[in-house]
Each structure stands twice: as structure tokens, then as C-alpha cells.
Write a protein that binds this ligand. Structure first.
Ligand SMILES: *[C@@H]1O[C@H](CO)[C@@H](O)[C@H](O)[C@H]1NC(C)=O
Ligand SMILES: *[C@@H]1O[C@H](CO)[C@@H](O)[C@H](O)[C@H]1NC(C)=O
Length: 315
């Protein structure tokens, strides 16, 4: 009631507005009073319903476990970096001074790869993945090893398609892929204060295409929380280059850093690079994609030169 009264006094004419209202509520007729009671009952019911919907909505909101957005789809971030204490995961591997993380954290930038570059890179993914595709919702294409999802398995695209592959990809595609990898490597090195040459591209580095089709094999289950360094011992720094836009090209599919008390999401945006140290300080998952198709590249780096791989060469 109070806000309403305040509103009335603020109305043109000041207190006069309140005075003019009074006669309505003091009418002696029965009918308006009945109507008023009825109206109050309806309003009460409405408020109760709205409150229940709110409770339901907030409980659903809590269920999806999203507390804070690290990067909104609509933002153009010139570089955001958040430092987090390193886990001990790196201690169980050989250390490489000047590379093995001493400073850990996660960063997001929208100014390293242009949207045009992202579009061109995405068309490489589209061309390659159109040759195969998982029966489940998650397909990968690895230009390094040639691995391509087909049905419930993988084939080696270079072996399977032979010389025909030269008519699908161009030398320019491979040049672009290498340039993008290089820019991402420089970005990571700068953010963590290490030399770019201490980082070695490692496997698996691959394109992913995800849609809402249900998983058919364990390979299709991308949404489980995991630590990259546990899954792939060689990883020290993980990066993702997004090639499509959250809520424009697909729904769901946000990247979530999982933390006690505060999950942090990265909303994909074409050209957005998100990178982080691969240990359990960066436990993460990807939400299930609910509609549309989500494209991204995972580009991984190791400090151990023995785990290094070369850029893919035009076959
Ligand atoms: C998802 O992709 C697969 C190929 O990997 C395709 O068979 C399926 O029809 C797609 N689903 C939707 C909903 O577009
Ligand atoms: C973080 O997300 C997970 C799963 O997505 C959820 O179980 C957990 O409750 C969330 N944590 C918070 C604090 O929201």
C-alpha cells in the first residue's frame, strides 16, 4: 500500500490527488464494496500464484548451477583475466621452469581473433564434418591426426578420403588454422608471463560440432565435469576458440568453471578465445546444447616438448 500512496502524492496536484480519491472509497453502495472485496481476493490469488512461479523459477535457476557470468555473449572483451591459486596437479608431472604454471587462472578475449576469421575457420569445420558426423550429438574433426567422427566411431579422414581431401580443403585453410593457433599461443604466453616458444601445441587439438541429438556412445557425452590435466596428462594450458554465438546459433552449451559456491560461465561468441591452466583449479563442464549447433576448436598446449605436435600440413 505504501508505495501506492507515495505515487499518488507525487502525481500532479500533490495532496489534491489524494483528496480527490477519497470519495470513491467512502461510497455507501453495496455493489462497489462487493466488487472491491472480489478484486482483493483475485489480487491476493494472483500475488500468491506469482510468488509460487517465482519460487519455482528461482529453484530452477539454482539447479542449473550458474552463479556468475564471466563473459556475456554481447560483450566485446579486450581481455579479462582472473587469477586462481594453482592446484597440485602439476607436481605429479615433470616441471618445465618458465612454462609449468606458477600463476594459474583463466582469461577471455574477443580481440585476438576477428569474427571474419572465426567464420572462415568455421567453414573449414563445416566442410570437414560434412564428410562424417556422429550418430550422437557431438562430432569431432582433428586435422592433425585426421580423426573424424562417423556414426559410432572415428575414421582417419586422410586415409579414408585419400586424394579427394585436396578438393575439400585448400592450402589457405591450413594457413589460416596455423595463424589462428599462433595468435592463441601468443595470447596465452602473454597472460601467464611465459615465453610463447616454451609452449608446444599438443593433442588432441580438434574442432567440435555439438547439437541437441541424444548421445549414442560415451564419446558423445561432453557435458561431464572434468579436469583437462587429469583427462590428458600432457595439457598445461587449454584454450577454446568459439565459432558460433550463444542464443543466436544454439541454446544451452555455455562453458562453466565449477567452483564451490560460485560457478562462472563463459557464453560462447564467434571469435571469442577462452583459455585457462589445465589443472583442477579449472574444473569445468559444458552445458548440454538444447537447440541449434555449436562449433568450437579446442587448442591445447604442453610445456613438455616431447608431447608437442606439428601444425597439420595440406595433404
Ligand atoms: C545432429 O547431428 C547429427 C550428425 O552428427 C545429425 O544426424 C542429426 O540429425 C543432428 N540433429 C539435429 C537435431 O539437427
Ligand atoms: C555448480 O554447478 C553444478 C553442476 O552444474 C551444481 O551441481 C552446483 O550446485 C553448482 N554450484 C553452485 C554454487 O551453484
Amino acid at each position: 500500500m505504501a508505495p501506492q500512496r507515495r505515487g499518488a502524492t507525487k502525481a500532479p496536484g500533490g495532496s489534491g490527488a489524494v483528496e480527490r480519491r477519497r470519495p470513491i472509497s467512502t461510497k455507501k453502495d453495496r455493489a462497489p464494496r462487493e466488487a472491491q472485496r472480489m478484486w482483493l481476493r483475485t489480487a491476493g490469488l494472483g500475488a500468491g500464484l506469482a510468488f509460487s512461479v517465482f519460487l519455482l523459477w528461482s529453484s530452477l535457476g539454482a539447479d542449473d548451477g550458474v552463479a556468475e557470468v564471466l563473459a556475456h555473449r554481447g560483450e566485446v572483451l579486450a581481455g579479462r583475466f582472473i587469477e586462481v591459486p594453482c592446484s597440485e596437479d602439476y607436481n605429479s608431472h615433470r616441471r618445465f621452469e618458465g612454462c609449468t604454471p606458477r600463476k594459474c587462472g583463466r582469461g577471455v578475449t574477443d580481440v585476438v581473433i576477428t569474427r571474419q576469421e572465426a567464420e572462415r575457420i568455421r567453414s573449414i569445420a563445416e566442410k570437414g564434418l560434412s564428410l562424417g558426423g556422429s550418430d550422437g550429438g557431438a562430432s569431432i574433426l582433428d586435422l592433425h591426426s585426421g580423426a573424424l567422427s562417423v556414426g559410432k566411431h572415428f575414421v582417419n579422414l586422410y586415409r579414408y578420403f585419400g586424394d579427394k581431401i585436396r578438393t575439400i580443403f585448400s592450402e589457405e585453410d591450413f594457413r589460416l588454422y596455423r595463424d589462428v593457433r599462433q595468435k592463441v599461443q601468443l595470447t596465452i604466453a602473454e597472460a601467464f608471463g611465459i615465453s610463447p616458444s616454451s609452449l608446444h601445441l599438443t593433442k588432441p587439438t580438434f574442432f567440435s560440432r555439438i547439437n541437441s541429438t541424444a548421445a549414442r556412445t560415451a564419446h558423445d557425452e561432453y557435458w561431464h565435469a572434468h579436469v583437462d590435466k587429469v583427462t590428458y596428462g600432457s595439457f598445461d594450458y587449454t584454450s577454446l576458440l568459439y565459432l558460433s554465438d550463444y542464443l543466436e546459433d544454439f541454446g544451452g552449451g555455455r562453458f562453466v568453471f565449477m567452483e564451490e559456491g560460485a560457478n562462472k560461465t563463459v557464453e560462447p561468441r564467434a571469435g571469442r578465445v577462452s583459455f585457462f591452466t589445465s589443472g583442477s583449479e579449472n574444473l569445468h563442464r559444458v552445458e548440454k546444447v538444447h537447440w541449434g549447433t555449436r562449433y568450437a576448436i579446442t587448442i591445447a598446449f604442453s610445456c613438455n616438448p616431447d608431447h608437442g605436435i606439428a601444425d597439420p600440413a595440406f595433404p
